[in-house]
Design a protein around this ligand. Structure first.
Ligand code: AHR
Length: 517
């Protein structure tokens, strides 16, 4: 029996809801045929697929990153504003496609408003110039009598968009990126961009282009941009054909956060920087199946299974554990391309990875608590990692790993607790005791059905789903101090109230005493 200990007095920090952010790129069918589908009977007057909107809204996305990704390094934003029929159709060199430009800045802002997300725009630092980036900020946020602000007005948008978050290029270190460069050249160019963008609107927040959080690139870029940026970005994709390497790979994200946070602390101390710099983990996901040239041209339409969903839940637990450092995270990507939401001409489907994203966004609360898990551990060997096929990140040195991974949050008043537990054991149920320590808590766990309003057909996974479970249990503080919780296979469980929890507990284990499940 594992023991999950939660100390309600040990608060790690505030969970920034921006960690539930998402990312859309002009890639395959993410935008065209995904969120935007002009002429489809499922689209509204704006061209937005309403069935996709219905699936997107429960994800409660606080911040949406756009337009890339690799795409942005060849994108000229001016192509995508003004009358749609007059917009140029261009070669799109990042993903070997053609870009119609029918979805551009105004459509993106409209989409953000429709889902109540803050826009986050990444500028083109590949083929783009600092004048273009400056003009983009002025088009979006300008309030004066300038040609760029007036162009926005002429396009029907009198009020400034007040886009607060701006990324200084994407993956500029990578050989695959249009206009890639070395770190010192990037710093020089990014400083020039940052200056004119900030002078145009001093209220904007800038995201420097990091790599994996712990590379030489990250160190040089932080050293060169610290005085100008509010965030440093990290990207990470994980996943292999092996269940255990996949579910434990999110520990690489936590390693990256720890090291990046140390680099940030160092540079702030050395340079006497007083403003905070946080991590924007602005691309993350399981992505290893669709990596060939054909897959890229085909739009990265990866199919996900339960193992992947457990990995996603483990990532989210890690972001919650590191809530002081990670203030933005953008899941890559939202629709069709390595995505939780999948469309065809007639319907939308939800992939396995949709469910943890929704559960966490819906239930996680404002304050992260320190959680201790003592139970069965899995010793991932370097040989097992090396033998797996996919993206290998070598995390075995961080093990052995607890098979149960848990994160807990409570509200400010400490009256309501939400506990997320991920059972990463492939084949078996695991039993656990949840110990709330000295708190006098009415801890009534646990199982109950999620009331997901979006009922969708399932996408078949390409491998058998293992018998494991991701579970989020909402426990309301009040009377008992300890809860016992038995994790059952292949279920996602949520309870919304103590009453729900108690009855669900009885359903789960008929005859069990109140307060156990
Ligand atoms: O999300 C897919 C791609 O992954 C993005 O375009 C790029 O930034 C990263 O390499």
């Amino acid at each position: 029996m594992a023991r999950i200990g939660i100390d309600l007095e040990r608060r790690i920090g505030t969970v920034d809801r921006r960690i539930f952010g998402q990312f859309i790129e002009h890639l395959g069918r993410c935008i065209y045929g995904g969120i935007y589908d002009e002429g489809s009977p499922l689209a509204d007057a704006r061209g937005f697929r309403t069935d996709v909107l219905d699936a997107v809204r429960p994800l409660r996305i606080p911040i949406l990153r756009w337009p890339g990704g690799n795409f942005v390094s060849g994108y000229h934003w001016l192509d995508g504003v003004g009358p749609r029929d007059k917009r140029p159709r261009r070669s799109e060199l990042a993903w070997y496609a053609e870009e119609s430009n029918r979805f551009g800045t105004d459509e993106f802002i409209e989409y953000c408003r429709a889902i109540e997300a803050e826009p986050y725009i990444c500028v083109n630092m590949g083929s783009g110039t600092m004048d273009e980036a400056q003009a983009w900020v002025e088009y979006c946020n300008g309030t004066g009598n300038t040609s760029w602000a007036n162009l926005r007005r002429a396009n029907g948008h009198a009020e400034p968009y007040r886009v607060r978050y701006w990324g200084l290029g994407n993956d500029m270190y990578g050989g695959w990126q249009i206009g890639n460069m070395n770190a010192h050249d990037y710093v020089k160019k990014a400083r020039a961009f940052a200056m004119v963008m900030k002078r145009t609107d001093p209220t904007i927040q800038l995201v420097g282009c990091g790599q994996n959080g712990w590379s030489e690139w990250d160190e040089i870029v932080l050293g060169g941009l610290a005085e100008l940026v509010d965030f440093h970005s990290i990207h990470l994709y994980t996943g292999t054909r092996d269940h255990y390497t996949t579910v434990f790979s999110s520990h690489q994200a936590e390693r990256a956060i720890r090291i990046c946070a140390a680099l940030i602390e160092r540079v702030r101390k050395l340079q006497g920087i007083t403003h905070p710099i946080h991590i924007a983990f602005d691309e993350w996901n399981v992505w290893y199946r669709t990596r060939s040239h054909e897959d890229r041209v085909g739009g990265l339409e990866e199919r996900y299974d339960l193992t992947d969903a457990l990995a996603i839940a483990s990532y989210l637990n890690g972001f919650i554990r590191h809530c002081r450092e990670v203030r933005i995270a953008n899941f890559a990507q939202l629709v069709n391309a390595i995505a939780p939401i999948f469309t065809d001409a007639k319907r939308v489907s939800l992939q396995t990875i949709y469910h943890p994203l929704r559960l966490y966004a819906e239930h996680m609360q404002a304050v992260a608590l320190d959680v201790h898990v003592a139970g069965e551990a899995y010793d991932l060997s370097p040989a097992q990692e090396a033998a797996s096929v996919g993206r290998i990140h070598h995390v075995s040195d961080l093990g052995p790993f607890q098979l149960l991974d848990a994160a807990a949050t409570c509200d400010e008043a400490g009256r309501r607790l939400t506990l997320a537990i991920v059972n990463r054991e492939r084949d078996r149920d695991l039993a656990a005791t949840v110990d709330l320590g000295s708190a006098t808590a009415g801890a009534r766990p646990t199982s109950g059905r999620s009331t997901d309003p979006t009922s969708r057909r399932r996408i078949p996974s390409r491998r058998p789903t293992p018998s494991t479970s991701a579970r989020a249990a909402s426990i309301s503080a009040g009377h008992a101090s300890t809860t016992r919780s038995r994790l059952t296979p292949s279920r996602c469980c949520i309870c919304r109230s103590p009453a729900d929890a108690a009855s669900a507990a009885q359903r789960a284990r008929p005859g069990a005493p109140a307060g156990t499940a």
